[in-house]
Ligand binder design. Structure first.
Ligand SMILES: Nc1ncnc2c1ncn2[C@@H]1O[C@H](COP(=O)(O)OP(=O)(O)OP(=O)(O)O)[C@@H](O)[C@H]1O
Length: 300
């Protein structure tokens, strides 16, 4: 066989999972390239948790198979709400995980992952007093302490506040190059930020899978975001009258979203058109397609 599946860290073939009569996964052909940070996105009930559990070997598929390029013992799963014994300290949780998953690793490895998770100061406190964000970071520390080759993260940042999400996303971004990561999320901005490869799951079926850039570029509506000194209305009216402008949307008193026939044409003509109508331009930038837009287009 040729193509990307050849270098897949994990691939599934004709994967089905039924819960009684309910079909949770249907013919899933997943291909996660080695070293990817792969975002599995889909609405609630799409089958994300089920797929991760099947990949981790915790649930048996009803049909099909999972091919792993790493040994089963080097696959680690972090559930969406990791549970720890509240009387253990953070350091004890990580130490236990190291002894279970990689007894050959030196104890110094524990300090390393606690530091990466910014938990050094809290390491000797009982985890019963940890915040949600700290628990999620501790879960990540305990998951990576054994240097897994494949990390499966179920909604790792979804339940956190913006600061907590930021910290967890940074930790995941730092895993790039050290392991293959598959994370599920319904927060598309998070996926767009940290993932290089995306799989869109709906009602148990993979609707799209491939590089994030390909997904976005192939579907981008060429548009420019123009910020002007108010008032923006005269410039909007002038642009609307031009043949190469497809539409002008006033986002507020000073920002216009100008959709165009092509970005190349806009690069040549937009600055001049704005100058001709006397607009005072603060900034001008092409607007990238958003994973959220593409997702809605594919799933609606
Ligand atoms: N143990 C189970 N028994 C019966 N049905 C289940 C079971 N686990 C999941 N399901 C159903 O299978 C479907 C997929 O569930 P799953 O939890 O995998 O989705 P999800 O994409 O992770 O959703 P969420 O984002 O809400 O966690 C849902 O319709 C769910 O109700």
């Amino acid at each position: 066989m040729t193509g990307p599946r050849e270098t897949a860290a994990v691939a599934t073939h004709g994967l089905d999972k039924r819960y009684g009569p309910h079909v949770a996964l249907a013919g899933v052909e997943l291909a996660v390239p080695e070293g990817a940070v792969y975002g599995l996105v889909g609405p609630n009930g799409a089958g994300k948790t089920t797929l991760l559990a099947v990949l981790a070997g915790l649930r048996r598929p009803s049909a099909g198979r999972v091919d792993l390029a790493v040994p089963r013992g080097r696959v680690a799963l972090l559930p969406d709400t990791p549970q720890f014994e509240p009387w253990l300290t953070g350091r004890e949780v990580v130490a236990l995980a190291r002894r279970l998953t990689a007894p050959g690793e030196p104890a110094g490895r524990e300090d390393e992952v606690l530091a990466d998770a910014e938990l050094t100061a809290a390491a000797d406190r009982r985890v019963g007093g940890y915040s949600r964000g700290m628990l999620q970071r501790l879960g990540l520390a305990a998951t990576v302490v054994g240097r897994p080759g494949l990390l499966l993260l179920d909604e790792p940042a979804s339940a956190l506040d913006p600061a907590g999400r930021r910290e967890v996303l940074d930790l995941i971004a730092n895993l790039r190059g050290k392991a293959t990561v598959v994370l599920s999320s319904h927060i598309l901005a998070d996926v767009q930020e940290v993932c290089d490869t995306v799989g869109i799951l709906r009602e148990g079926r993979l609707l799209f899978q491939g590089p994030l850039a390909e997904l976005l570029v192939g579907r981008a509506v060429p548009a420019y975001l123009v910020r002007l000194r108010p008032p923006a209305a005269p410039a909007a009216a002038a642009l609307r009258g031009l043949g190469w402008v497809r539409g002008v949307e006033a986002l507020d008193g000073q920002r216009l979203r100008v959709t165009v026939r092509s970005l190349e044409e806009a690069e040549r003509r937009l600055p001049g058109a704005l100058a001709d109508c006397g607009a005072r331009v603060v900034s001008l930038a092409p607007q990238a397609a958003d994973l959220e837009d593409v997702f809605l287009e594919l799933t609606s």
